[in-house]
Design a protein around this ligand. Structure first.
Ligand SMILES: Nc1ncnc2c1ncn2[C@@H]1O[C@H](COP(=O)(O)OP(=O)(O)OP(=O)(O)O)[C@@H](O)[C@H]1O
Length: 270
């Protein structure tokens, strides 16, 4: 995307001076960024840099200390609980661990249809079987899985259920917090491929938190680099990887084994 066309692009999310303290720890320090329609924005940074806190604060799973979170121009921090519940329908999150994020006593059918229980205007009950079937197909799972409990599923299959559930409300913005890092390396590529296909088909905007820089380089349009609660660098993916300006970014790139030397491949990890 050329820089001069950027002003015409609608911003789905605009975060301004977002700050979050945990006691003495400043987990987010005046974070500013913007995600445009249809973009994949990657958030990278080492463990403890504030990536998960950023995701959870945007969704108001954590209270922000200060700042603004403008979703399509409306500040989420100014919404009442009821308004936030209604808005949350449009912003869905996929978590790292599909073992922890799916209730063990719910069948796949119950898990995927649960968002419609909360947001009842989206899908009338008589449509649930047909809609669950369509979602399972979309994420590449057999129809017969609808009656199974998560314990019967592999990690990759569970993450597909979590994706189907997130898509049930046709989200506008999807926040993915390390969505494949808990999965076997051999399964990771399949789930990423599914996410990319869905993104093209459905056209949601995403914030993709990852410490896998090789993956980020492959899929992201823009990158934010975080260090100790601050954004130390942000820009188009190509520019960040080709010409990292910040010392910390250079260090991060250099410490990523897959990226040392252009010929390195993922197979070396296996
Ligand atoms: N609930 C909490 N209470 C107190 N401190 C917290 C809490 N959650 C996070 N922190 C602190 O906030 C900082 C940012 O943590 P966060 O989990 O957001 O980092 P991260 O980049 O997502 O790390 P990781 O990649 O390991 O998930 C860390 O210093 C962490 O110890």
């Amino acid at each position: 995307m050329a820089a001069d066309t950027k002003v015409a692009v609608t911003s789905v999310l605009k975060v301004e001076k977002l700050t979050k303290h945990f006691g003495q720890v400043t987990a987010l320090n005046a974070i500013d960024f913007e995600v445009a329609e249809g973009e994949i924005l990657a958030v990278v940074g080492e463990s403890g840099s504030g990536k998960s806190t950023l995701a959870r604060t945007i969704l108001r799973l954590l209270d922000a200390s200060s700042g603004r979170i403008l979703y399509r121009g409306k500040d989420l921090l100014g919404l009442t609980a009821a308004e936030m519940r209604a808005t949350r329908r449009h912003i869905q999150m996929i978590f790292q661990d599909p073992y922890a994020s799916l209730h063990p006593r719910r069948t796949v059918f119950e898990l995927v249809s649960e968002p419609w229980r909360v947001h009842s205007s989206v899908a009338p009950r008589r449509e649930w079987p047909q809609r669950v079937a369509a979602l399972l197909e979309q994420v590449g799972l057999p129809q017969a899985y609808a009656s199974l409990y998560p314990a019967r599923l592999s990690g990759g299959e569970r993450q597909r259920v979590a994706i189907a559930r997130a898509l049930a409300l046709r989200p506008d913005l999807l926040i993915l917090d390390e969505p494949v890092s808990a999965l076997d390396v051999s399964i990771q590529a399949q789930v990423i491929k599914l996410l990319m296909t869905l993104q093209q088909e459905i056209g949601f905007t995403s914030i993709f938190i990852s410490h896998d820089l090789a993956l980020v380089r492959l899929i992201a349009d823009k990158v934010i680099v975080m260090n100790r609660g601050r954004i130390v660098e942000q820009g188009p993916t190509q520019a960040i990887f080709a010409n990292p300006r910040d010392d910390y970014t250079r260090l991060l790139l250099a410490s990523s084994p897959e990226l040392v030397g252009e010929t390195a491949t993922k197979e070396q990890e296996a």
